[in-house]
Design a protein around this ligand. Structure first.
Ligand SMILES: CCCCCCC/C=C/C(=O)SCCNC(=O)CCNC(=O)[C@H](O)C(C)(C)COP(=O)(O)OP(=O)(O)OC[C@H]1O[C@@H](n2cnc3c(N)ncnc32)[C@H](O)[C@@H]1OP(=O)(O)O
Length: 713
């Protein structure tokens, strides 16, 4: 709803009221209509100010309303009503003006922003476009190139940048509403006629066609099949038409997006990201009942790629860091790399680099004086155990001990310490100062406070933290295993790496499985498999009674570790080269391999690649839910979108399973398992069967079908 009062004698003040972000629900839209009527019919009122309750102008349309039939007045005529008002209307922007919130502000005749306010049109991240006139008014106000940038990236603009662009008329450090009221008094006698953006012509640009072409090309490349970014460009292109025609085009494009299914997936992802913050543990411990401990000083042990990124992310979050590496040369290299990462980051954010927040050490002694340690040494259990033993002896009581392991047993590490309750996994993703995902892994003895502290620290570092249980590979890497396995089996059966990758990239992954393996290094998995014991003779296609593909091992034996060695599943022009080219050697190698094992290559189509890779991965997701390793499908989906480049417009693997239809997923898994009974990951999981028997409920209801895992505390 909206509140109304008359202030300073002649200013009508309308306050949007819908905590926490004053989203434009039906009641708020109705409130704006009613309060504008009141202000316009009050003879004493000469001008109007619109502001938001509690220091936030408006977070946009109420996204929760998108999933049910729209009620109340539509936003477009509400904004038109504001713009066509005969009295000047001033937007007082504090906190945020996003999406429909900014579109409402663009309907006002003047905009005054607080210096800390952020403005933006992030609809593209929800699978939409600024469909309440934003795609038409913004380019008219600030020009096509700047509008295209803001609308296609969905980025937030600071008040200072907004002023520079001409998006706001004034920026203030003082009370924004007071300033807006003063401003409203000063323009009370002026006609708003010339301030109606819908009447502006689209600013001239010498080569608009080239601008649109260039942006469209970039957007298509980045979109990975998402419709919204492309529709955003098309909508802005319509701003060169008369306003009414542009609005009609905006409406048509918006209608297509609304019904595409992609918008639903991206809106699900928006709420899933927020839902994972409300974590719980099998013991019943929960986010709202556990207080995290503030971390002022942390230590990072091991300064390889991960340790460097973690150190940078900690410093940028305001935490003092001791970065430790035993090898002096590596320590010096790391120091240089971290300093330049901090400098680059600070330059981007327009602040001074916090180089004084980090110091370097070649021994562990400083661990005695920190609140939390993150171990990021080589992925080797024996080495990690040794580090945890040393930490246990050195650290002051209460120090949290975290491991950046990507899949090793957190309980084993905890058992090396005197304080297993303070041990958790903090699994970052490379590059750790960039990637938004953090898996916080609780072991059987991790205390709720240790989990809460790691979750909160992740948030402070700008991450979306997801609490997960302890098992091999946790959630993300555990699900990756059957996915990779299927890709290898498909090669054995007749596919090529190029074809498999092409299918997965068309689906929307940033990289297909083989290009991704080449990038991350084939030797990493090889080392883990060797530690597990490879099958005798290395050519055996059976391991523990199940089908096993030795292809990856055989490539590593040839020294083909991927991009870094210039050879892997593809060939590169040099070690470290980035352009992957099909390698005739690999073709030959695959043919020999098939002959040696009596395999006859068959034609494998697009559908089989997609179904076998993705359904095997989804099936493991259902197992993870069944085992209580993830609390709900949202946790898995957030991990896959933010950590494994699953396309956001497909919601995540569990959401996608629901979109495809659980019955179909079950049938196809049954079919493939019948054809390949020696591949257990294709055997449909019980939870999937249970959901199908229960009528395939929507993904938001799956939690009701999950058994509460027994407390292990
Ligand atoms: C044919 C029909 C035509 C219709 C035309 C419509 C055109 C306009 C479309 C839109 O405006 S779409 C919405 C655009 N806005 C956004 O995308 C902003 C989304 N919100 C955010 O980015 C952030 O929430 C924030 C505003 C920057 C605040 O961040 P903060 O970290 O402070 O809090 P959060 O935890 O993110 O959010 C708190 C709470 O509020 C809920 N929420 C936030 N925004 C909305 C919203 N627009 N609608 C409904 N709910 C919103 C959020 O979910 C959190 O609640 P819980 O999920 O924790 O319960």
């Amino acid at each position: 709803m909206a509140q109304y009062s008359r202030v300073s004698g002649t200013v009508g003040l309308i306050t949007l009221l819908n905590p926490p972000v004053n989203a434009l629900s039906a009641a708020v839209r109705q409130g704006i209509v009613d309060m504008m009527d009141k202000a316009l019919s009050d003879r004493k009122v000469k001008s109007v100010v619109i502001c938001g309750h509690n220091g936030k102008f408006c977070g946009g349309a109420d996204i929760r309303e998108f999933s049910s039939p729209l009620t109340g007045p539509l936003l477009i005529p509400v904004i038109q009503g504001v713009e066509s008002a005969a009295k000047p209307v001033v937007a007082a922007i504090e906190g945020v003006a996003l999406g429909g919130g900014l579109e409402l502000a663009l309907g006002c005749h003047y905009r005054i922003a607080h210096s800390k306010a952020r403005l933006g049109l992030p609809e593209v991240h929800l699978g939409l476009l600024p469909g309440a006139g934003g795609s038409q008014r913004l380019p008219r106000l600030i020009g096509v190139p700047a509008a295209l940038d803001i609308i296609t990236t969905g980025r937030h603009v600071t008040a200072a940048e907004a002023l520079k662009l001409g998006l706001v008329d004034r920026v203030t450090d003082r009370n924004t509403v007071d300033e807006a009221v003063k401003f409203a008094l000063s323009v009370a006698d002026q006609s708003p006629q010339s301030r109606r953006i819908s009447t502006f012509p689209c600013p001239h640009h010498p080569d608009l066609d080239a601008v649109f072409e260039g942006v469209m090309q970039r957007v298509r490349q980045r979109a990975r099949g998402a419709l919204a970014p492309v529709a955003c460009v098309q909508a802005v292109a319509a701003a060169t038409l008369p306003f009414a025609q542009g609005m009609e085009r905006e409406r048509e494009l918006m209608a297509t997006l609304f019904t595409s299914g992609q918008a639903r997936a991206q809106q699900y992802h928006f709420f899933a990201q927020r839902a994972v913050g409300r974590w719980s543990m099998p013991s019943g411990a929960r986010w709202d009942k556990t207080k995290p401990v503030a971390v002022h000083k942390a230590m990072v042990i091991g300064l390889g790629t991960m340790g460097r990124g973690i150190s940078v992310a900690l410093v940028q979050a305001g935490v003092s860091v001791v970065a430790m590496e035993t090898n002096e040369k590596q320590l010096m290299d790391a120091k240089q790399a971290i300093s330049s990462m901090l400098e680059r980051g600070a330059k981007r954010r327009g602040v001074a680099p916090a180089l004084d927040k980090i110091r370097y050490s070649s021994d562990m002694q400083p661990a005695a004086d920190v609140d939390l340690v993150i171990e990021a040494v080589f992925e080797d259990m024996a080495l990690k155990k040794k580090v945890f033993q040393q930490l246990s002896a050195l650290c002051k009581p209460g120090t949290f001990l975290c491991s950046n392991t990507s899949g090793l047993d957190v309980d084993q590490l905890a058992s090396e310490t005197r304080t297993p309750e303070l041990v958790v996994g903090m699994h970052f993703f490379a590059p750790a100062h960039v990637m938004k995902l953090l898996e916080v892994v609780y072991g059987s003895r991790s205390s709720p406070q240790a989990v809460a502290t790691a979750m909160e620290l992740g948030k402070q570092m700008g991450k979306v933290s997801v609490a997960v249980g302890n098992c091999r590979g946790f959630v993300g890497n555990r699900m990756l295993k059957p996915y990779l396995e299927q890709a290898f089996f498909l090669l054995e059966e007749g596919a090529t790496p190029e074809f498999v990758d092409q299918v997965l990239e068309e689906f929307g992954f940033a990289m297909g499985v083989f290009r991704m393996s080449d990038l991350s290094g084939l030797d990493v998995g090889w080392r883990v498999r060797k530690a597990d014991g490879l099958p005798d003779g290395h050519s055996a296609r059976i391991r523990q009674g199940c089908r096993y593909s030795p292809l990856g091992d055989l490539l590593c034996e040839q020294g083909r570790f991927g991009q870094k060695t210039g050879r892997g599943w593809y060939q590169y022009d040099k070690p470290g080269g980035q352009v992957a080219k099909p390698d005739p050697w690999l073709q030959d190698f695959l043919e020999k391999f098939r002959t040696q094992h009596g395999l006859v290559a068959r034609r494998i189509d697009h559908q089989e690649v997609l179904e076998r890779c993705l359904y095997a991965l989804m099936n493991e997701g259902f197992r993870i839910l069944e085992d209580g390793i993830a609390a709900g499908p949202e946790d898995i989906d957030v991990i896959y979108v933010l950590g494994y480049s699953w396309p956001p417009h497909r919601g995540g693997p569990m959401f996608y399973a629901a979109m495809v239809g659980l019955k179909k997923v079950l049938e196809r898994l049954e079919h493939y398992h019948q054809e390949h009974p020696d591949i257990p990951s294709l055997k449909p999981c019980n939870l999937l069967r249970k959901l199908v028997v229960s009528g395939s409920p929507p993904v938001q209801k799956w939690r009701e079908f999950l058994q509460k895992p027994q407390s292990q505390l």
